[in-house]
Design a protein. Sequence first.
Length: 146
Amino acid sequence: MSEENSLYNPIVMDHFLNPRNMGDLDDADGIGEVGAAACGDIMKISLKIDDNGRISDAKFKTFGCGSAIASSSMATELVKGKTIEEALQLSNKNVVDALGGLPPVKIHCSVLAEEAIKAALDDYLKRHPEMASRVAAAEAAKEKKA
Ligand code: FES
């Protein structure tokens, strides 16, 4: 193992070495693919979303560093079972916290995971305008309350 690996805690190493939800969903309802300008790494997230707007499955394919793989593994775990509204709130900080922290130079890898999840949700909402209206109405109601 390289010296760099000593920077990573056991949770990150576990998600890097035994990634959860790796692969594609043939019948995905939303797909997001993003790239990091800084390093050229690429992350693709596929989501299966049921009629109630809940994420029933999530998979990823990441061409990138260990932190990007660990971040996409954790991000797919975090959004599974969530509603679209809840998943839209997922931040890279949530991913970093769930991983028990990342070295500062690797934070952008977790940003890629947040962006890929959001891109997949956007793709789904573009394909399902009726759900997009529902999400927008729920957001507006929440803002009114706040
Ligand atoms: S180094 Fe760029 S995604 Fe990790």
